[in-house]
Design a protein around this ligand. Structure first.
Ligand code: 0PR
Length: 380
């Protein structure tokens, strides 16, 4: 720290310079991210609620109202009634809260959770923290979890099954309805990780994925406004079908304005609730349909272009994620794309390049990365 302080002007000038070291979504070169530039209304809303703390609800009833409304609007999107939930730091914490509730409710001495091989790595952290044994179920040829494999993984120690509605690597939507039957048969909790897909799938045209609260066994869902919800980070969402779940995750907070807290984090910014709320309210269902429609159109264009150029798609895209391979070294191509300023992911599990077509990625960006991929692959 500087002994006399540098003063606001100098500090801000310095910060502006440092910020230039970060990549900017607007450049359209960030193709490996499930986050995006916050919607302009989200930015404004965030600033308005910068000092609000959802960790002490009695002081910030306005912010609490926004959080409740965001959860209720998301729950409605998934046909839930009387659901409860919170806005947390992200999908990781949302998934953690779901499995914490399931674990504490089941009270098994050697608890296990059945996870698809494609489950997000947050579950590895969560199993570690909660002392759960992960039991991995295999995938089918389109990279969705194979429900017969899930059933084989069930034992007397199973407390929950996890299904993903929009996997992080390929955007695959697990057969949640089939998982729901299995969960019902063995009386275990079904958690749906729709961190990414939750704000894509309901707005797809001609798609009919069943993954919501109308399925009996779905007890909790993760859906993140800071991904396709275009809210400012940190805005993850956890929704429980039944308020009773909260009894299993409550902690006494005797001297606070509320006597119990249900989230893992104590201090939580109300700005996240405001920014998520602002986007949901301002875009509405039609606005989301347009955003998702545009992302899907660009996804299709990119996928078709890559196929025509001789690349192999790992799978036909279901959501706004394209995964492809080269006949030559895919890993090297990914490295070359990075050297040329295209921030794509290389996914070792499938030996593929993954491009997430978020709202900041337009048709021109897609065509430009396609052209560069073709050029760079030739020299590979
Ligand atoms: N569940 C799913 C299905 C996810 O895709 C993710 C994150 C999570 C849970 C965890 O969410 P949080 O990261 O909010 O805790 N998916 C992205 C991924 O792993 C996270 C991400 C976002 C990574 C932006 C990079 C990046 O630039 O790809």
């Amino acid at each position: 720290m500087h002994p006399n302080g540098l003063g606001r002007k100098k500090v801000l000038a310095e910060l502006k310079k440092i910020r230039e070291q970060d990549q900017q979504y607007n450049d359209g070169k960030i193709l490996c991210s499930m986050c995006t530039k916050p919607h302009p209304v989200a930015e404004k809303a965030y600033r308005l609620f910068l000092s609000s703390n959802l960790g002490d609800p009695g002081l910030f009833p306005g912010s609490v109202k926004l959080e409740k409304e965001v959860i209720s609007q998301l729950a409605t999107l998934f046909h839930g009634q009387n659901c409860v939930g919170y806005l947390v730091s992200g999908g990781t914490e949302a998934n953690l809260m779901a499995l914490l509730a399931a674990r504490n409710m089941a009270q098994l001495s050697q608890p296990e959770v059945v996870l698809p091989e494609s489950a997000h790595f947050s579950f590895t952290k969560i199993c570690n923290l909660l002392n759960l044994k992960p039991v991995y179920a295999g995938l089918d040829s389109s990279f969705k979890v194979d429900s017969s494999s899930v059933e084989k993984c069930i034992s007397k120690n199973t407390l929950a099954i996890v299904g993903t509605a929009g996997t992080a690597e390929l955007g695959a939507v697990d057969p949640i309805k089939e998982l729901s039957y299995i969960a019902l048969k063995y009386n275990v909790w079904l958690h749906v990780d729709a961190a990414f897909g939750g704000l894509v799938i309901p707005f797809l045209e001609n798609a009919n994925y069943k993954f919501d609260f109308t399925l009996d066994s779905v007890k909790s869902m993760t859906v993140d406004p800071h991904k396709m919800g275009m809210a400012a980070i940190p805005a993850g969402g956890i929704i429980f079908k039944d308020g009773k779940a909260l009894n299993f995750i409550k902690t006494e907070t005797p001297y606070l304005t509320d006597k119990y807290q249900y989230t893992f984090a104590g201090t939580r910014t109300g700005a996240a609730a405001a920014s998520a709320w602002a986007v949901l309210q301002s875009l509405g269902l039609d606005g989301f349909k347009k955003v998702v429609g545009k992302c899907m159109k660009t996804t299709r264009l990119l996928a078709d272009g890559l196929s025509e150029a001789g690349f192999k798609l790992v799978v036909e895209p279901t959501l706004n994620i394209v995964a492809f391979r080269s006949d030559k070294s895919t890993k090297q191509l990914a490295e070359k794309l990075w050297e040329n300023g295209w921030f794509v992911s290389y996914v070792p599990r499938y030996d593929c390049i993954r491009i997430v077509v978020m709202p900041h990625v337009n048709k021109q960006h897609a065509m430009a990365v396609l052209n560069d991929a073709v050029k760079l692959d030739k020299g590979n």
